[in-house]
Design a protein around this ligand. Structure first.
Ligand code: ATR
Length: 277
């Protein structure tokens, strides 16, 4: 049986085995998918051992996405530009590194939330790994403008400069933001600390989609803030499921449906009223 794992440290919390088991059952693919705890300084060894046991692919989560990027013998363009890898595929001696996070974000916004991005004004908050991974897939949707904003403004400028060849992207500081945006994406880690980036409320206009890459049983503080100022808020649960679907497609060549998996994860999170999403 073709074997896959999700590798991280810690890893016990990962929902990926459940997601991929549902995808496999739904598409009739025969495979195994387990959690693999790698030592903090033992990522490459863990991967090589798994390949030696016949492993066909892996998802990679914290804190190993940079190690996976370094280990890959070939990178997709989106993984190269993201500077990080969340999906590995093993074919003989080749270790292909991909990054499906940004594609997952775009699929959730465009297909699940039904918000087209072409011609739109997008605000992307944060200049860390999450933002870097989202930039190419967002720009491929041909937004009218993508503004990258970060607390440390120099980091936003540096990152934006690397992506100007891919679309209309500009860097800004929070205090300099003006006008409303169609979509505001929170790719900062602020929600983990129950914090909200220092956003001027004028970024929100009626119908703005405020998207937080985080998810949980409750709305994040960013989602609450956005809703108070008239935006529609969405958490990152759909992105989680869609990035997994994209990895499944890379491995198996079959695109699973995501709606039922999304609904069952939402039920488990304890918020069955998924009406907003
Ligand atoms: P990740 O890999 O999740 O992107 P990261 O690389 O550590 O994590 O980046 C975290 C991002 O969240 C950074 O852009 C950080 O801003 P700085 O570069 O100024 O540090 C941003 N961030 C974290 N906490 C924040 C907060 N409370 N308000 C605004 N931005 C925050």
């Amino acid at each position: 049986m073709d074997a896959y794992v999700v590798i991280g440290n810690p890893i016990a919390h990962s929902k990926s085995p459940e997601i991929h088991a549902q995808f496999a059952a739904q598409t009739g693919q025969v495979l195994s998918y387990e959690r693999l705890l790698a030592p903090l300084h033992g990522f490459a060894d863990s991967v090589r051992t798994f390949i030696g046991q016949g492993g066909r692919g892996a998802n990679v989560t914290l804190p190993f996405k940079l190690d996976a990027h370094a280990l890959a013998t070939r990178l997709t363009e989106r993984a190269r530009l993201a500077g990080a890898v969340n999906t590995l595929r093993f074919d003989g001696a080749e270790i292909l590194g991909d990054n499906t996070d940004g594609a997952g974000l775009v699929a959730d916004i465009v297909h699940n939330a039904g918000v087209a991005l072409q011609g739109k004004r997008i605000l992307l908050m944060g200049a860390g790994g999450a933002s870097r991974g989202a930039l190419l897939p967002l720009l491929e949707q041909r937004p009218g403008e993508l503004v990258l904003v970060n607390r440390t403004a120099a980091k936003a400028q540096e990152l934006a400069a690397q992506f100007t060849v891919y679309g209309n992207v500009a860097a800004a500081a929070y205090a300099d933001l003006s006008g409303g945006f169609d979509v505001v994406v929170n790719a900062t880690s602020a929600s983990l600390d129950a914090d909200v980036p220092p956003l001027p409320v004028a970024v929100f206009q009626p119908g703005t989609l405020a998207y937080d890459m985080m998810y949980g049983a409750q709305d994040t503080v960013f989602m609450q803030f956005a809703q108070r100022h008239g935006a529609l808020a969405r958490d990152g649960l759909g992105m989680l499921v869609e990035q997994a679907a994209e990895a499944f497609f890379l491995w198996r060549g079959v695109r699973p449906r995501t709606d039922e998996v999304f609904a069952s994860l939402r039920r488990q999170l304890g918020r069955p009223d998924a009406a907003r999403t």
